[in-house]
Ligand binder design. Structure first.
Ligand SMILES: *Cc1c(COP(=O)(O)O)cnc(C)c1O
Length: 446
């Protein structure tokens, strides 16, 4: 299915030292923060990757919601090769056409009003750092002290982004982080109202709130459209900044360009069908700030902060933020090609259609008790009793799927698996997925 070219090349270093396995080499040279990787991969095509044994694996995780165009997409391969022959990097003392083009495309797809602006970073954490700095500017200007985020939320591993991330296992090893951040239970309207109430305000006003419209690392758990709307109303009323972290949900993952647009649609709002290039009305759920990364560059590291409206767009002034690599021509072109291809190949529609198809199929499988699906962003909970003897059925299933059925998925918790395949997924891939995943589920529940 995949051409073997590149495979031998990628492995040639191993031939120099056949006395060591790749696992030994990894452990002796890489910091242990990720544990030992599951496989050594050499190349890929579409939704498929090949490991060091030459085995083909169906990639239903897409580099954790990153490879929107799959592996080795011809448009990306050609465009990036040409760009490498022109300019890779020029510093932010200069600009390039891809940089401006990508910024314009993001503003158009996000229905951003006049005065809106984009800042380019290199990762989701960095995009959130930029957003946090904008909120800190607002905090300094207004004197509103408190910053809100949600339990179960994930915003990244750098110090600012980690301060916004609730999970104790990620934070506790580091002691004190940025102060003034409070965590609310997710999707709890009363807790949200209370946080903005006069009583809570005695501890200082709210400078901003960080929300993932769908909590990805928590297992694809959505905030309701009502909750997002209430957050929009309360932040507007109290002069606080509303930040949507769409690092995982943005750029077509949920079958809409951005999840906030899908939520707006659920509230009965019109969302444009042909967003790129057309000028549109802003949505009622438009945040003040939105962060992007993961799928934006289809595998090339690109992050972005979109600031909506002139006030937000001016929060970070000249000299107040920066990045050496952010928005360089190569990264920006990867983003541009990703957005263009999503549109030209009808991938939003593909994502909606195949996502629903997968959800229907998953719900029919033994041991699957709940499926949450938004386009090709899927979380499935397994019954605690599935797979006798397994404390963590999701992990057991993930390992079995990979080792015995050539299928890549992941577990976000002991009972929850996540799928975030490339948006270029096709019907044949879906059939392959069910052949492999169904077999793994049946083997384990037998
Ligand atoms: C992955 C993720 C991040 C962090 O992105 P990195 O590129 O790993 O820094 C932040 N927020 C959300 C919602 C994510 O899913």
């Amino acid at each position: 299915m995949i051409q073997a070219a590149g495979h031998a090349d990628a492995l040639r270093l191993d031939r120099l030292d056949a006395s060591q396995t790749w696992q030994q080499r990894y452990e002796q040279s890489l910091m242990g923060v990720f544990g030992t990787p599951q496989e050594l991969l050499t190349h890929g095509e579409g939704c498929w990757v090949v490991d060091s044994q030459g085995r083909e694996l169906l990639d239903m995780l897409g580099g954790i919601a990153v490879n929107a165009l799959g592996h080795a997409h011809p448009a990306l391969v050609k465009g990036l090769a040409e760009q490498a022959g022109q300019l890779l990097h020029i510093s932010n003392l200069f600009t390039s056409v891809p940089q401006m083009r990508l910024a314009e495309m993001l503003l158009n797809t996000a229905q951003a009003p006049d005065g809106s602006r984009v800042f380019f970073a290199n990762s989701g954490s960095e995009a959130n750092e930029a957003a946090l700095k904008a909120v800190l500017r607002h905090r300094k200007q207004t004197g509103a002290r408190r910053i809100l985020a949600l339990e179960g939320g994930f915003h990244g591993r750098t110090v600012g982004a980690l301060s916004l991330t609730h999970k104790p296992a990620f934070r506790d090893p580091f002691g004190e982080l940025i102060e003034g951040i409070e965590f609310l239970p997710p999707d709890d309207l009363d807790a949200l109202e209370n946080a903005f109430s006069a009583e809570a305000g005695a501890g200082g006003g709210v400078a901003g709130i960080f929300l993932e419209p769908i909590q990805g690392e928590a297992g694809v758990r959505p905030l309701s459209a009502q909750y997002l709307l209430r957050a929009r109303e309360l932040t507007r009323k109290h002069g606080a900044l509303l930040v949507f972290d769409e690092v995982q949900t943005g750029i077509g993952r949920t079958g809409e360009w951005f999840r906030f647009q899908g939520a707006a649609r659920e509230l009965g709002e019109r969302v444009p069908e042909e967003p790129v290039g057309a000028s549109q009305e802003a949505s009622d759920l438009t945040p003040d700030l939105m962060t992007l990364a993961k799928g934006l560059g289809s595998g090339v590291p690109v992050g972005a902060l979109v600031a909506f409206g002139a006030e937000s767009g001016a929060l970070l002034g000249a000299g107040q933020h920066g990045s050496t690599f952010g928005g360089n021509p190569l990264a920006a072109l990867a983003g541009q090609i990703t957005l263009e291809t999503i549109q030209s190949e009808g991938l939003l529609e593909n994502t909606q259609r195949l996502g629903s198809q997968i959800a229907v199929g998953l719900r029919e499988l033994p041991g699957v008790v709940e499926v949450r699906q938004f386009g090709l962003h899927l979380g499935a909970d397994l019954a605690p009793s599935s797979y006798p003897g397994a404390q963590e059925p999701a992990k057991v299933l993930v390992t079995a799927a990979r080792e015995r059925y050539g299928l890549i998925i992941n577990a976000t918790g002991p009972h929850t698996i996540r799928l975030a395949p490339p948006l270029i997924l096709n019907e044949t891939d879906v059939q392959e997925f069910f052949a492999r995943f169904g077999a793994a589920v049946r083997e384990l529940s037998a």
